[in-house]
Design a protein around this ligand. Structure first.
Ligand code: GLA
Length: 317
């Protein structure tokens, strides 16, 4: 194959925030906003073109430009040394907690795997590539982008390595805060380290202390909320599901301390405007809020972005 084109969706996470790297449960939904990557073979070297610029190199090598570093990291994971030109575009907002880096690594991995006819586990390859760029992230975003099914939320059990498609009848809208953020410079990696430290202390029977106790409480209760949320979806109880989203946001704000005043204000606006539930989506520290609405409803706010549940990655060679 000489040329491939791949579209990878972003995601909102309905419940199960900051649980993936702790081996827990998550409930994302892929959305109809995409990263699109076109890749073509050429004799040698690498050419990467995005809306942020063009980068040319004679071979795959580490790169300071973040948007190019993702491509290099995917190549390293795939064992590709060069010989391609890659163009990325799309309508998925970047840095808003909508899984853009996950979708980007999935689109790159899928396009290059198809172009060079490589059989790999695309979820794990794309996930490890993102980690190579300096974010100690979990596997949530890549899984959502690759495995999602239209009209369904995706129940992920990270420890078991399993997933299940759960029918989703609600509607979703997103409210963004004005600022974008990059995970690598946020407090994200620190939260991952705190979790590992809490695990170590628990193993060794050392007291957790107040901060770690709060972090662990969030994760344990958030996993429970995912279980209950799946029950609500199966019973058609969207109001119950919305209450769990509200509780998740409060926990992310008070126990996990990853919300911001802007995100809290978006949640309050969404609830006043009639959302059944609202919470920050993704890592927090800025980004966006996901709002749950009844079937057929919309959010009467000028800046609300209505989104549709989407299928996972697709290729259109
Ligand atoms: C980011 C990471 C995910 C996950 C979420 C929080 O999106 O990439 O792995 O940890 O934050 O739930």
């Amino acid at each position: 194959m000489q040329r491939v084109r791949v579209r990878a969706p972003g995601r909102v996470n309905l419940l199960g925030e900051h649980t993936d790297y702790a081996g827990g449960l998550c409930l994302p939904l892929a959305i109809n906003r995409y990263v699109e990557v076109t890749a073509e073979k050429r004799d040698h070297g690498v050419r990467i073109e995005t809306s942020l610029g063009v980068h040319e190199a004679t071979c795959v090598e580490p790169c300071q430009l973040r948007w190019a570093a993702y491509v290099m990291a995917c190549c390293e994971m795939l064992g590709i040394e060069g010989g391609f030109a890659l163009r990325a575009a799309g309508d998925l907002p970047m840095g808003k907690g909508l899984g853009s880096s996950g979708a980007y690594t999935v689109a790159i991995t899928s396009a290059l795997a198809e172009l060079f006819e490589l059989e790999v586990d695309r979820v794990r390859t794309a996930w490890q590539a993102e980690r190579r760029t300096g974010v100690d992230c979990g596997i949530l975003d890549q899984s959502a982008s690759l495995l999602a099914r239209v009209g369904h939320a995706l129940l992920l059990d990270v420890t078991r390595g399993t997933h299940e498609h759960v029918p989703f009848a609600g509607r979703i809208a997103v409210l963004s805060t004005p600022s974008s953020r990059e995970l690598v410079s946020s407090g994200y990696n620190q939260r991952v380290r705190e979790w590992r430290e809490a695990e170590r202390r628990r193993r060794e029977g050392i007291e957790l202390g107040e901060t770690l106790r709060r972090r662990v409480e969030h994760i344990e209760r958030e996993n429970q909320r995912v279980r209950e949320g799946v029950g609500c979806l199966r019973d058609g109880d969207l109001e119950g599901f919305g209450s769990l989203m509200d509780a998740s946001h409060r926990s992310l704000r008070d126990l996990y301390e990853v919300s911001t005043p802007e995100l809290d204000a978006c949640v309050a606006r969404a609830r006043e405007a009639g959302a059944l539930g609202a919470k920050l989506t993704g890592a927090g520290f800025g980004g966006a809020v996901v709002c749950l609405l009844a079937p057929g409803a919309s959010l009467p706010l000028a800046d609300a972005l209505m989104l549709l549940p989407a299928a996972g990655v697709s290729s259109c060679s």
